[in-house]
Design a protein around this ligand. Structure first.
Ligand code: NDP
Length: 322
């Protein structure tokens, strides 16, 4: 399987078409040795982007990722690390939002946990209407000028907020966000399909997409309930379990069952079809996968070979079913 690399938007940064995320799994659901296997397989397949965040496993995911990477003989220049500063960095009033203090302290703590002197990309996970945009853009520009990150991006920001960050950066000669990280899958298409193309053509914005399987729902595994060991069974993820077991969730499973003939025609799993569907959209520069074991990741990476086989007719058939 040959992985392709995209420039992340109008930056010179080359990112693999598929990236690996660490949410839920690293320092949480899976053993450290499985996390190690995932990294090894991903890197061997040419995946060069590893995504994490300060809040994942309360810092544990960054710590584990940093520790595992330190043990690898891989050149730091051969992979890309992205992390996220969240709205919530601690219990104290000053530990929330996206103030300059919060961004600088948050990123420095992430770097310490990651055992790195820099990350490649730092995202502001969710906007903060309580901090002036100029302060946010100045703080990320400062971080980049300090050498703690090469690029910054946004996550779950509206097009208006992204436009504002860009116009503020132009006005004050600061560094604009290079990419937006957003959800994109068969059940959540609007954000990428309706807003991103315009932001991409006007601002050269990069797009890193997450949850191609809608947290596993799009693998079809929840058709008969919640299997032991699946994400919806992990303590702390009862919101996912409730969503799956709701009336709407059950209807969704029924709808997904109707994709079986398409999977049979392509000799692929529903997970592979769902991921290939994301990959068939060139606007998704890097599609972040999650996996709880190496076999899953391997299966998911094979979706790369499937994407070119999704003809306009097949895509229309999928749309019709969903
Ligand atoms: P997915 O929607 O792809 O869900 C991944 C999960 O689906 C796996 O952990 C596994 O869970 C299950 N799965 C994967 N492959 C298969 C398979 N072949 N068959 C059956 N089940 C499978 O992605 P994530 O939601 O994990 O998101 C990916 C990454 O995106 C995250 O790690 C994170 O880095 C980033 N992200 C960013 C967010 C943001 O706000 N910016 C929000 C969410 C994610 P299991 O086996 O446990 O059921």
């Amino acid at each position: 399987t040959k992985l392709h690399y995209n420039n992340l938007g109008r930056t010179g940064l080359r990112v693999s078409r598929i990236g690996l995320g660490t949410w839920v799994t690293f320092a949480g659901q899976i053993d450290d040795s499985v996390a190690d296997d995932l990294l090894t397989l991903a890197y061997a397949c040419g995946i060069n982007l590893f995504d994490t965040a300060e809040v994942y496993a309360s810092g544990g995911a960054e710590e584990l990722l940093g520790r595992l990477l330190q043990q690898k003989p891989w050149r730091r220049s051969s992979y890309v690390i992205s992390t996220k500063i969240h709205q919530w960095g601690g219990a104290a009033a000053s530990e929330g939002g996206l103030s300059r203090k919060r961004i600088v302290e948050g990123l420095r703590d992430s770097l310490r946990r990651l055992r790195m002197t820099y990350v490649d990309l730092v995202f502001a996970s969710r906007p903060d209407p309580g901090t002036p945009m100029e302060e946010i853009v100045r703080a990320f520009t400062f971080c980049i000028n300090q050498g703690w990150a090469f690029y910054w991006g946004t996550s779950r920001w509206t097009p208006v907020e992204i436009m504002e960050a860009h116009s503020v950066s132009r006005q004050f000669n600061l560094i604009p966000p290079s990419a937006e990280q957003l959800e994109y899958n068969l059940l959540q298409r609007d954000k990428l399909q309706s807003h991103l193309p315009e932001l991409q053509s006007r601002l050269g914005l990069g797009a890193v997409t997450f949850s191609p399987l809608a947290c596993g729902i799009l693998s079809g595994k929840y058709e008969g309930g919640v299997p032991v060991g699946s994400r919806a069974s992990v303590p702390g993820y009862s919101w996912l379990r409730d969503k799956i077991l709701s009336e709407e969730g059950r209807l969704q499973q029924q709808m997904l069952r109707q994709l079986s003939p398409v999977c049979e025609q392509l000799s692929c799993s529903l997970a592979q079809l769902s991921i290939a569907w994301c990959l068939s959209n060139a606007d998704a520069h890097c599609v972040l996968l999650g996996a709880s074991c190496a076999a899953q990741l391997y299966e998911d990476i094979l979706a790369l070979t499937l994407a070119p086989r999704l003809t306009p007719e097949l895509l229309a058939e999928i749309d019709c079913i969903l």
